[in-house]
Design a protein around this ligand. Structure first.
Ligand SMILES: [Ca+2]
Length: 88
């Protein structure tokens, strides 16, 4: 698939944070730490904008962060511990 919404969906990934509990307060799903308190974030200019009730954090090409509706189909990126073995 190339171009249009298909490429947009394929070219970005869920990162595992959301503002579903309190709009505008972004929290990592696993640690429950506020995103603003972690040492790195890279919101794209004008993001997050809650467009279309966007409550989940995605990263897209250029490694910028955007908020998107949580029901969009995407692959995801996970942080694993040092001793984890990737399968598959
Ligand atoms: Ca939101």
């Amino acid at each position: 698939m190339s171009g249009g919404w298909g490429a947009w969906i394929e070219d970005n990934f869920w990162l595992g944070a959301s503002d579903t509990i309190v709009e505008g307060e972004w929290v990592w799903e696993t640690s429950k730490i506020e995103v603003s308190l972690t040492p790195y974030n890279k919101w794209f200019a004008g993001q997050p904008d809650n467009y279309g009730s966007a409550n989940c954090l995605a990263i897209h090409l250029g490694y910028n962060w955007v908020d998107e509706p949580c029901n969009l189909p995407k692959n995801f990126i996970c942080k694993l511990g040092y001793n984890h073995t990737a399968i598959g």
